[in-house]
Design a binder for this molecule. Structure first.
Ligand SMILES: [Zn+2]
Length: 425
């Protein structure tokens, strides 16, 4: 019985970690680019670049398909691959391999008739150079290169791999921050006997008559620098294919860093929304109805993973918090309730994050009990009491800065709603 419970738990976890396929389409008869990030979870430049393409670019002509989190489990584990290197599983794969379903599913995306060109994003070691210069700059290194398996293939479009790659390399080299970062074209000549490269996603693609390229950032850089070069390359592919796009940030290393650091909301168990940044490492006694959908976020790298008695919340390969639940059945009858925010009355939505400058109070709600976490009224009444930031001990905040506090509302034994107040000064 114990084993069975464990098995079901694991199954839920794996379901939650399926990869996303984001389709940004304008006209399916025009070219379609497929971008894959996260085939190896210890290469955050690649999967963050793919996620930013999904979240912050608008496509105005042509089509872009994005898989930002192919090996999601390895991303949260910060490993190259929990069951071995997924990028060696595209030639032959035993159906008993834990990665089998993921590999089969991405293969069917790659071979979709609509896909014209595939880019697989990697963060490589050092700096690739055609001739040996030193330990960090030589033909064994992968960083800062555009990879092709051979010069040309027979394909519906873009079979001139070497020409496409040369264009991309030139375009990236117009955006170098430092001469050492110079991009190079690398032809692995896989068909001439590179048995390792023959097992990769890109080689699978070209054998199915799809133009395919590996794009390597360098592990020498901080993540935002890697992302900067990945995006420079992806923009070059889009320009080559006539895909018109816009983005809402500046393509500079600083601009990319600001995008990565933007806090994204995540809704948990359909009841409350957390800003996915600056959370305390552990949040305790969080009311959760496990019959609800565990999480929802517009960001493809955010996920919630069950772990024995808790849930781990991740943004890419950063763990944002561990949430220790207190399980409740829920009541869904309360949608709004009254508060006074800095003296002004207003209706607050269940699940809302309310900004407060000085003080707030919650109006009494007939039939419900209000609990402001951190505040204890001698008579157990927590409505109609004006609370400042000072009235709430900092250790009860959900964030490390001591600004965000929970208001929980119960009906009898059932958990009805949560809202957060954030002190903004
Ligand atoms: Zn890689």
């Amino acid at each position: 019985m114990r084993f069975l419970v464990l098995f079901l738990w694991l199954h839920v976890a794996l379901l939650a970690l399926e990869f996303s396929l984001v389709k940004k389409e304008t006209n399916t008869s025009e070219p379609t680019l497929l971008v894959v990030g996260g085939i190896q979870g210890d290469e955050p430049g690649g999967f963050n670049a793919a996620a930013i393409l999904a979240m912050r670019y608008a496509i105005r002509s042509g089509n872009v398909w994005i898989v930002p989190n192919l090996n999601f489990e390895s991303i949260i584990e910060r490993s190259r691959g929990g069951y071995g290197d997924m990028n060696r599983k595209f030639a032959h794969l035993d159906p008993s391999d834990p990665d089998y379903e993921i590999v089969r599913r991405i293969q069917s995306v790659i071979t979709d008739e609509q896909v014209d060109l595939v880019v697989n994003l990697h963060d490589g070691s050092g700096y690739y150079r055609a001739a040996y210069i030193d330990e960090g700059h030589n033909p064994q290194r992968w960083g800062q290169s555009c990879i092709i398996d051979q010069s040309a293939i027979t394909a519906k479009a873009y079979g001139n791999l070497e020409q496409v790659a040369a264009y991309v390399v030139d375009e990236v080299n117009k955006k170098l921050v430092d001469e050492e970062h110079r991009y190079h074209l690398r032809n692995t000549k896989t068909a001439e006997g590179d048995t390792e490269m023959a097992k990769t996603l890109t080689y699978f693609a070209i054998n199915h008559n799809k133009a395919a390229f590996g794009n390597e950032g360098s592990k020498e850089f901080a993540t935002h620098f890697r992302v900067y070069y990945h995006l420079a390359a992806l923009e070059a592919y889009m320009r080559y294919m006539g895909i018109d796009f816009s983005r809402d940030f500046a393509l500079t290393p600083e601009g990319v860093k600001a995008v990565i650091d933007t806090p994204h909301p995540v809704t948990l168990f359909e009841k409350f929304t957390l800003p996915a940044a600056s959370l305390r490492p552990v949040l305790r006694y969080v009311p959760i109805d496990r019959a609800k959908k565990p999480f929802e976020s517009p960001h493809p790298l955010i996920c919630l993973v069950p772990q024995s008695n808790a849930y781990r919340l991740f943004y890419g390969n950063n763990r944002l918090s561990t949430i220790v639940p207190e399980y409740f059945e829920s009541d869904d009858s309360l949608h709004t309730f009254g508060m006074r925010i800095d003296g002004a009355a207003r209706q607050v939505q269940a699940g809302e994050i309310v900004e407060v400058k000085e003080h707030f109070s919650v109006d009494p709600i007939e039939g419900y009990r209000v609990n402001v976490i951190g505040y204890t009224h001698p008579k157990g009444i927590e409505t109609g009491v004006t609370l400042t930031r000072k009235a709430l001990p900092e250790r009860f905040s959900i964030d490390i800065e001591g600004r965000i506090y929970r208001i929980e509302i119960y009906k009898g034994e059932r958990f009805s709603a949560m809202a957060l107040v954030r002190f903004v000064r």
